[in-house]
Design a protein around this ligand. Structure first.
Ligand SMILES: Nc1nc2c(ncn2[C@@H]2O[C@H](COP(=O)(O)OP(=O)(O)OP(=O)(O)O)[C@@H](O)[C@H]2O)c(=O)[nH]1
Ligand SMILES: C[C@H](OP(=O)(O)O)C(=O)O
Length: 208
């Protein structure tokens, strides 16, 4: 199955600005994309990066500068048969977690993100289209119902954590040891274990 991996190269991961400067955010975004593509490479599917501009990747890259929803819908419309969308910021994704996305035989399979987004999906119904941002998980359930598509939801911690906010970086450091964790260590980001929820802080010369 074709798997589109949307990637915005322009000013990635702005919500991480409290912890990472521009170059570090770009490096972490690239590292997350590599981790997602590495995990997809161990499934039996065909990833294509759907990027806002040309990027280096070991898989084909389609460049489309349109906003996310439009770019994904154009991509889905260009596929004859089922297709999937897996966000490039799922740093915790593993081949096993992704196989759980691909397993259900439903018209639409949704992997919700924390906060109500849609971190990954499979579209087997030809008329299903996406509408990202806001509570897109809820919107995608309604969009599926509107075209008569049945929906399966994947209950997966590793697919639910998309790296949006500084607190999500703690999950990367706790649960992974890939390119993203390495990029965070390079930037001096480390776990800050105090009372309450674990967080991250900066160490060394980069320390903020
Ligand atoms: N092709 C494409 N991908 C996008 C676009 N906007 C976001 N993405 C990708 O979609 C996924 C989810 O993005 P978000 O977390 O909503 O936004 P973000 O731009 O990564 O981060 P923020 O700047 O912090 O909102 C990530 O893999 C992004 O790289 C877009 O306009 N086009
Ligand atoms: C693209 C968007 O991602 P979020 O802003 O929730 O990370 C969504 O999943 O609808």
């Amino acid at each position: 199955m074709r798997v589109f991996v949307p990637f915005d190269a322009r000013d990635p991961k702005t919500r991480l600005a409290p912890v990472l400067d521009d170059d570090e955010r770009a490096a972490v975004a690239r590292a997350m994309r590599r981790d997602v593509l590495d995990a997809l490479a161990e499934t039996s599917h065909d990833p294509v990066v759907l990027a806002t501009e040309s990027v280096d990747a070991d898989v084909p890259v389609t460049v489309d500068a349109s906003p996310l929803t439009e770019a994904v819908n154009d991509a889905l419309a260009g596929v004859d048969g089922p297709a999937a969308v897996v966000m490039a910021d799922l740093a915790l994704a593993t081949p096993a977690a992704l196989d759980r996305l691909f397993a259900p035989d439903a018209d639409v399979v949704l992997a919700p993100g924390l906060g109500g987004g849609t971190n990954a999906l499979v579209a087997r119904h030809p008329d299903f289209r996406v509408d990202y941002h806001g509570v897109s998980y809820r919107d995608h359930r309604e969009a599926a119902a509107a075209v008569g598509a049945d929906v399966a939801t994947v209950d997966s911690f590793r697919l639910a954590v998309d790296v949006d906010d500084p607190a999500d970086l703690a999950e990367v450091l706790i649960h992974t040891d890939g390119h993203t964790a390495a990029a965070l260590r390079e930037a001096g980001v480390e776990l800050a274990v105090d009372e309450g929820r674990v967080a991250v802080s900066r160490s060394g010369e980069n320390g903020a």
